[in-house]
Write a protein that binds this ligand. Structure first.
Ligand code: KIV
Length: 289
């Protein structure tokens, strides 16, 4: 009995890898959430996520920038390393910031290498379709697992003219299908589909062999991803319609801080148990000084 439990436990906690995710196409839904530091990684992992994305959305939800294009590679490495230190069972994916995979294949490999070597990421994600194929192929050839990301790609906010749902017209939808197929053939292990109509996400999901992970892409993808702060009610301003809040940690946190303030103000914190004490001997010696 003890042995059976140990085996089951070992299976449950075994580390998730990129090939394992790749092999889950068409299987039970794959789950991913963003995390940006040690404690959010612990929470995501204990919540049973398959993948943790150290997303460049850290620019918005942690650093308060209006877009993701403000974040640089050093900052992404710092956040990725904090997540990796939690040693999660979930696969850790480092998001490549804007301009770190656009200039040359060599620069792309070096930059991804920093997320892997210095940040402890086990895979990288980058935005864009066929335009990014040479970089994606170069990474795959360097044995770096790559997650693609097409549709509403936030780093293209200026080129898109805002955060708009993509693929609503026939030509755009066809382009996205071709992008998905090309990335799949280049060897990505999974593909994020963001901000596209569900019917288009369903077609791409059927057309490619890598699992699709949706965000604002309807229920037909192979998995779903949301931003940590959105899931837990820690984000501010108007949320896109695909966001569902699964907890209200902001309210819980404000209530906790408010209780701390009131306890200090009314003298009930710290109490005797929460304080360090001198031995009677030392206390007496100090009184006798
Ligand atoms: O940075 C991020 O949070 C992302 C997800 C929305 C997929 O790219």
């Amino acid at each position: 009995m003890a042995n059976e439990e140990t085996t089951a436990d070992a299976e449950r906690v075994s580390k998730i890898t990129a090939p394992m995710i790749r092999a889950r196409k068409g299987g039970p839904p794959i789950t991913m959430v963003t995390a940006y530091d040690y404690s959010s990684a612990r929470i995501a992992d204990e919540g049973g996520m398959d993948m943790i994305l150290v997303g460049d959305s850290v620019a918005n939800v942690v650093h308060g920038h209006p877009t993701t294009i403000s974040i640089d590679l050093d900052t992404m490495v710092l956040h990725t390393a904090a997540v990796a230190r939690a040693k999660p069972r979930a696969l850790v994916i480092g998001d490549m910031p804007w301009l770190t995979y656009h200039l040359s294949e060599e620069a792309t490999i070096k930059n991804a290498g920093r997320l892997i070597r210095d940040g402890g990421a086990e895979a990288v994600k980058l935005e864009g379709g066929r335009k990014r194929l040479p970089m994606i192929k170069a990474l795959v050839d360097t044995e770096i697992p790559v997650m693609g990301h097409i549709g509403l790609t936030p780093q293209s906010v200026h080129a898109m003219g805002g955060y708009r749902v993509q693929g609503k017209m026939v030509e755009d939808a066809r382009d996205l299908i071709k992008d998905g197929q090309a990335l799949d053939q280049a060897g990505i292990f999974a593909l994020v589909l963001e901000g596209i109509p569900s019917a288009l996400a369903d077609i791409i999901t059927k057309e490619i062999s890598a699992p699709t992970i949706g965000i604002g892409a309807g229920p037909g993808t192979d998995g779903q991803v949301l931003v940590f702060h959105d899931v837990l009610g820690l984000s501010y301003g108007r949320s896109p319609k695909f966001v569902r809040r699964f907890a209200d940690l902001h309210a819980a946190a404000v209530a906790g801080i408010d209780s701390f303030r009131r306890a200090v103000e009314n003298g009930s914190f710290p109490n005797e148990e929460e304080s360090y004490h001198l031995s009677d001997e030392v206390a007496q010696a100090l009184r006798d000084l």
